[in-house]
Structure formats: structure tokens, C-alpha cells
Design a protein around this ligand. Structure first.
Ligand code: AMP
Length: 306
């Protein structure tokens, strides 16, 4: 049961129609770790500046996150990202991206991480994601990755090299269309599988997520929520639930990936209920179990064909 998580640990400043977060702890790998530790211990790979709160690192360590692979650059600043959501809460604009320590991040995989069976590459420059795979002496049982349109625009060559080496790609619908040049998501999935990943997860925000594998397709809706407070990190939290469930069960069959998609959707539904990682820090196993039951009753129906 070993899971490596790679990605940003950051400060975010988020503005939604409901208010402003001011500077809070965020970053893709932070969300993934807070979520995935509900299911499996995590070996974190990231970089932070001297300004990153020690209490946050302590809280993650307490939670079962190994921080040996997190570099602390004492004299530098942590990655900073600021975004504003539009009224529909589905679209956002990036206001500020200050790479700081992320600008020249060269991950170093500690020896104690070498036995890992599951690898989750959070959204980062594809060359950085690739360098993690290249440092692992034994290929993990499953490699999953996230990316974004930004890297398709500026680092497509690196992205193609990376895609050839991974098993699962998680992207949103717009990114799947850009990557494949296909509008139909079914055609997009077929084109992307030719680039490498045999499993493709396409996230559609409040409209759920699709899992493609060869000719097989599975769809999970998003839980209808009364209020979405802050969607930041929902995609990362989804990824944390997905890979966390697989790492816990060690079963990488298509059937089990369907369950992992449900777990990912459930975890993302918690994430959006409060600013930043606040809600993820509060929830307990019974909250997760209860929401999984709600999910089952949402999608379960009997139908008799005559
Ligand atoms: P999501 O809402 O799932 O797309 O993820 C939001 C998180 O991604 C925020 O906490 C940001 O700190 C982080 N983030 C935003 N842009 C980048 C980037 N270019 N590289 C790495 N992490 C980023």
C-alpha cells in the first residue's frame, strides 16, 4: 500500500461570489494528500519556500504523509496562485501565478519511496513529472497523471513523451478536446488512448465524470449539492480519492476503477463545501461512508425490459 503524490504545495488567494479566502494553503499535492490519506499513507514529493507554515507540514505528517521528498527552500517563496470564480462557479480566471520555488523545481525521489506501487503525478510541468518516473528504479503498478491546457500550449513535446509512459490520464472535457483535437468525447478518448494512457478520466465539473478504457465507458454523476462554496482543488481531490481507493484495494481492474471514480466524486463533493482544504480536514470515515451510501441511492435503479 504505497502511494507517491507529486505536485504543488502552495499559497492560494481565492475569490468566489461568496467571499474572499485571503492567503490560504493550497496546491494540487496538498489537496491530493489531504484526500488520499483517508485511504492510504502518502509519500509526498514537492517543494515549498521558507514561508510555508510548519504547522501545515506537521498536520500532514500527523495524517500519514511522509515529507522526506518535500524540499524546503528556506530563502525562497512558495508557489502562489490566485483565481476568481464567475457567478456560475464552473468557470474561473487566473489572476496571479507566481512560480517562485516551482520555477526551477527538480524533484529528488528518496530511497525510501522506491518501493511505491502507485504514483499520482499532480499538475506540474510535464518534464518535471517525467523526471519522477525516470528516477523510479521499478515501474509502479499504476501511474496516473493530471495536466492542463497551459502545458498543451507550451510543452506539447514533453507532454507527449510523458503520456506514452502513464496508465491513467485525468483531464477536464475542454482539455480532452484540446489534446485530441476532437469535439466528441468518445472520439477524444480513442485518440488519447493512442498517445499512451489506456485509461482516461474526463471530469465535467458539476456534470460528473467519465471513465474510458478501450470500448468500455462508465459514467458517474457529481452529487447534486445545495451550495458550492469554493471549487478550487475539486479536481485534485477527485484524483486523491481515485488513486487512494486503488492504493488501498491494490486492485486496478476496470470494475474497481468504477468504484474509485465514485470515491473520487464523493471526496470532491466535500472539498467544494468550504474554502481551500478546510472541509477535507474535518471529515471522518463515517462522513465518507454516509455520502457513498447517498451516491449509491442516487444512481441505483431497477429497470425491467419487456
Ligand atoms: P484545481 O482547482 O483542481 O485545478 O487545482 C487548484 C490548485 O492547483 C490550487 O491550489 C493551485 O495552487 C494549484 N495550481 C494552479 N496553477 C498551477 C500550476 N501552474 N502548477 C501547479 N499547481 C497549480
Amino acid at each position: 500500500m504505497s502511494l507517491i503524490v507529486v505536485g504543488s504545495m502552495a499559497f492560494d488567494d481565492i475569490e468566489t461570489p461568496f467571499g474572499k479566502s485571503n492567503k490560504i494553503v493550497g496546491g494540487a499535492a496538498t489537496y491530493i494528500a489531504w484526500c488520499a490519506t483517508n485511504f492510504s499513507p502518502v509519500k509526498q514529493v514537492s517543494v515549498v519556500g521558507g514561508d510555508f507554515p510548519q504547522e501545515e507540514l506537521d498536520a500532514l505528517a500527523q495524517r500519514g504523509v511522509s515529507l522526506e521528498g518535500v524540499q524546503i527552500k528556506k530563502d525562497e517563496k512558495s508557489f502562489f496562485w490566485s483565481g476568481r470564480y464567475h457567478l456560475d462557479m464552473n468557470t474561473r480566471e487566473t489572476l496571479v501565478t507566481e512560480l517562485n520555488v516551482l520555477g526551477n523545481f527538480q524533484p529528488v525521489i528518496p530511497e525510501s519511496y522506491q518501493d511505491c506501487e502507485f504514483l499520482m503525478l499532480g499538475n506540474l510541468a510535464p518534464s518535471v513529472q517525467l523526471s519522477v518516473i525516470e528516477q523510479l528504479k521499478k515501474r509502479p503498478k499504476l501511474i496516473a497523471m493530471d495536466t492542463m491546457n497551459f502545458w498543451m500550449d507550451i510543452a506539447m513535446e514533453d507532454l507527449e513523451k510523458l503520456l506514452a509512459k502513464v496508465d491513467v490520464l485525468l483531464v477536464n472535457d475542454g482539455e480532452a478536446r484540446q489534446l485530441s483535437g476532437q469535439y466528441s468525447l468518445v472520439k477524444a478518448a480513442a485518440a488519447i488512448s493512442k498517445m499512451g494512457p489506456k485509461y482516461l478520466i474526463i471530469k465535467k465539473g458539476e456534470h460528473g465524470a467519465l471513465l474510458f478504457h478501450g470500448s468500455q465507458v462508465f459514467f458517474a454523476p457529481a452529487l447534486p449539492l445545495e451550495e458550492v462554496f469554493d471549487p478550487t482543488g475539486a479536481g485534485d481531490t477527485f484524483a486523491g480519492g481515485f488513486i487512494g481507493h486503488l492504493a488501498r484495494t491494490k486492485d486496478i481492474s476496470f470494475e474497481n476503477m468504477k468504484t474509485a471514480i465514485i470515491v473520487g466524486s464523493v471526496m470532491a463533493s466535500f472539498c467544494v463545501e468550504k474554502f481551500g482544504t478546510d472541509r477535507l480536514r474535518e471529515i471522518k470515515k463515517r462522513d465518507i461512508d454516509e455520502r457513498i451510501r447517498e451516491f449509491v441511492s442516487l444512481v441505483n435503479f431497477d429497470i425491467s425490459l419487456v
